[in-house]
Design a protein around this ligand. Structure first.
Ligand code: SAH
Ligand code: SF4
Length: 343
């Protein structure tokens, strides 16, 4: 049997051309595209306004997707974690978070299978690097969530597995599709990076500029290099210059993500150093209490509540807006740093 054509693998132009070979009416091609991307159907039979002989033809020779849900777990707080299986058998997670009372639905997506950066506190980093993800494999994470829940994702954060800026071209193409086909505004798309300096510079001149979140995690170079090896390649000073360039060029503010590791990065001295570091960076700060992950270094501990509050207070006194990241889905290992593609 010939292999079926996987429709979400095709670009919009390729998909249109393919559909036109089956039926030469452009509006019919657009109907099908709309069912796939906006109504997120999983079955050709759901495409109710598409002529039945076109649907039958599609069933015979095409698949909407070749990505499968391997497992699905729902947390007490409503967070849902999916483990997806790709056509080569590799797996990656994506997470749906129901964040707030504004009705936002945020998809947290992976950009690589595994991650080469190797931060010591991160379960993904422990797994090592397997491969980059293709644009459609990234977009499929959002489509899968929409197909499964029948809900429309409103925000996307690249905070799943992988370092998005070490897979720049595919991530950028995925952002273009998310923006144009899934109609999610660029202001609602956030890329989190451990600080890949050349690509922070590069994104500043792109036509679509997502919001940046930076995994800073430590304001002192020596300690940062011990917990995040990327510091040896792009250090805090270069990172600061790149952020200032992005801010200047785009007019946007960045978010600095900061892991509070008990008695290591959550101390008063660190808070003062961090205040100094970000004095001339237009930013907000998002504090992330460390989530314990399997087989982690015994030096890595959860922070005490009073240390978190003091840390926050010191940063606020320096004039920054500070939020503490709510722990989401920790009961199903869906919280930050817990995504390891466990199966
Ligand atoms: N690789 C990118 C995108 C992943 S985002 C990056 O690092 O920015 C996931 C966020 O969770 C990052 O800020 C990451 O540093 C943080 N994180 C990783 N492990 C964690 C842990 N055990 N506890 C809390 N946050 C963690
Ligand atoms: Fe990779 Fe980000 Fe985990 Fe570091 S924190 S290992 S960059 S996924």
């Amino acid at each position: 049997m010939e292999e079926k054509v996987v429709l979400t693998k095709l670009s919009k132009e390729e998909l249109t051309d393919f559909l036109l070979t089956l039926d030469d009416k452009k509006f019919r091609a657009n109907q099908v595209i709309n069912w796939i991307y906006n109504k997120s159907v999983s079955d050709f039979d759901e495409m109710s306004d598409v002529k039945s002989d076109l649907r039958e033809k599609l069933k015979e020779i095409a698949l909407i997707t070749d990505v499968k849900i391997k497992t699905k777990q729902q947390s007490k707080d409503g967070t849902i974690k999916y483990l997806l299986e790709y056509s080569d058998g590799e797996v990656a997670e994506c997470v749906l978070m129901r964040f707030d009372n504004r009705g936002n639905l945020t998809a947290c997506v992976s950009s690589q299978i595994g991650c080469p950066v190797g931060c010591i506190f991160c379960a993904t980093g422990k797994r090592g690097f397997i491969r980059n993800m293709l644009p459609y494999e990234i977009v499929e994470q959002i489509l899968t969530i929409q197909r499964d829940t029948k809900l429309k994702v409103t925000n996307v954060v690249f905070m799943g597995q992988g370092e998005p800026f070490l897979n720049f071209d595919n991530v950028y193409k995925a952002i273009e599709i998310i923006n144009s086909q899934l109609q999610i505004g660029i202001r609602r798309i956030t890329v989190s990076t451990s600080g890949i300096v050349p690509n922070i510079i590069k994104i500043s001149s792109c036509s679509l500029i997502p919001t940046l979140a930076i995994s800073l995690h430590c304001p002192i170079s020596k300690l940062r290099s011990e917990i995040m090896p990327i510091e040896n390649k792009y250090n805090l000073e270069e990172l600061k210059k790149a952020l200032q360039y992005y801010i200047e060029k785009t007019g946007k503010r960045v978010t600095l993500e900061y892991i509070l590791i008990g008695k290591l990065t959550d101390t008063k001295q660190m808070a003062l150093e961090l205040s100094k570091y970000m004095k001339d960076i237009k930013c907000n700060v998002n504090l992330i209490p460390y989530n314990p992950v399997e087989n982690n270094n015994p030096l890595l501990k959860k922070p005490d509540k009073k240390d978190i509050m003091l840390f926050k207070y010191i940063l606020e006194s320096s004039g920054k807006k500070v939020t503490i990241r709510l722990e989401r889905g920790a009961d199903i290992d869906a919280a930050c740093g817990q995504l390891a593609g466990k199966n």
